[in-house]
Design a protein around this ligand. Structure first.
Ligand SMILES: C[S@@+](CC[C@H](N)C(=O)[O-])C[C@H]1O[C@@H](n2cnc3c(N)ncnc32)[C@H](O)[C@@H]1O
Length: 275
């Protein structure tokens, strides 16, 4: 299947305008590979016809599905390990000490893809802070632009391959049970996570003040101005002593932001600057 140059440009512009995701002009092959399944599934004659339908704006769900299919949803359990170690050994113990009066903790996994990130956090809390879960109000809000990945995240069913990526065998045995040839995550973890649809590049629905925000491996797809605007909006959602975690290839170094960088266990994390 092929895509016309004008259609390709239209799609990339639309993706950037709606979501902030930038696809460079040499990646036509990527768009073809990602959209061909939609063309086949919906029995549309060609890719260009699909794009024309989006241009006419008749079907908003088609537009969303197409934009979502153009994104990268790569993820894994306990991705990069060090942010989770930092949460376990530094950030959560400090927050627990400071929140003794309110007994509330709110985490936000922004751009959660198929759920491995928020479920990793839920396992970490169950493993190391179980007492807290019994007596405190602990929430993990997990959001993404893509309805397709959110549906999979809500199902909480993972293939052998997905479960094999980053999940220690002991945690697989403890927090999953076999179901329909896959691994189903336990109620102990599900009950902590609320999945919601949210476009980081549009107006956000009401978000509560957050103690920890994970916005990992999504800003790499945004341009500098979009990244700067996003971390500034995140700063307003974070409590003053809250923590922001980025992906391994993402940094605020060199950006003029109102965050200070702190050393974690094998990674950095960020806190709103105190004035
Ligand atoms: C590479 S995955 C990262 C998943 C997870 N945070 C991790 O680090 O493993 C990036 C996710 O960002 C989502 N995404 C991209 N642009 C977005 C936007 N504007 N708003 C919300 N989610 C977005 C995609 O749908 C995708 O699931």
């Amino acid at each position: 299947m092929k895509v016309g140059a004008a259609q390709f440009t239209f799609l990339c512009d639309l993706l950037r305008k709606r979501t902030g995701v930038v696809i460079d002009g040499s990646k036509e092959y990527l768009v073809v590979a990602r959209l061909t399944p939609i063309v086949r599934q919906r029995k549309i004659p060609s890719l260009d016809t699909l794009i024309d339908r989006i241009r006419k704006g008749i079907d908003p769900t088609l537009e969303r599905d197409v934009l979502s299919a153009m994104m990268t949803h790569e993820t894994s359990f306990f991705r990069d390990k060090s942010p989770f170690e930092t949460l376990r050994t530094i950030v959560i113990p400090e927050l627990v000490a400071r929140r003794a009066a309110s007994r509330q903790l709110t985490f936000w996994s922004a751009a959660c893809s198929t759920g491995q990130e928020p479920y990793s956090l839920a396992m970490l809390l169950n493993e190391h802070f179980r007492g807290l879960l019994e007596t405190w109000q602990v929430r993990i809000i997990a959001t993404d632009f893509s309805e397709a990945v959110l549906a999979r995240a809500r199902d909480g069913l993972f293939t052998e391959l997905e479960a094999g990526r980053g999940l220690p065998p002991a945690l697989l045995q403890k927090y999953f049970r076999p179901l329909q040839g896959k691994w189903s995550i336990s109620q102990d973890c599900r009950r902590l996570v609320e999945f919601r649809s949210l476009n980081l590049n549009a107006t956000w629905p009401m978000m509560p003040p957050c103690d920890v925000v994970l916005v990992r491996n999504v800003m790499i797809y945004f341009d500098i101005a979009t990244r700067a605007a996003l971390v500034e909006r995140m700063r307003r959602i974070l409590r003053p002593d809250g923590a922001l975690f980025l992906g391994g290839a993402e940094t605020l170094i060199g950006m003029d932001t109102r965050y200070e960088r702190l050393a974690g266990t094998g990674c950095s994390y960020y806190r709103p600057k105190q004035r």
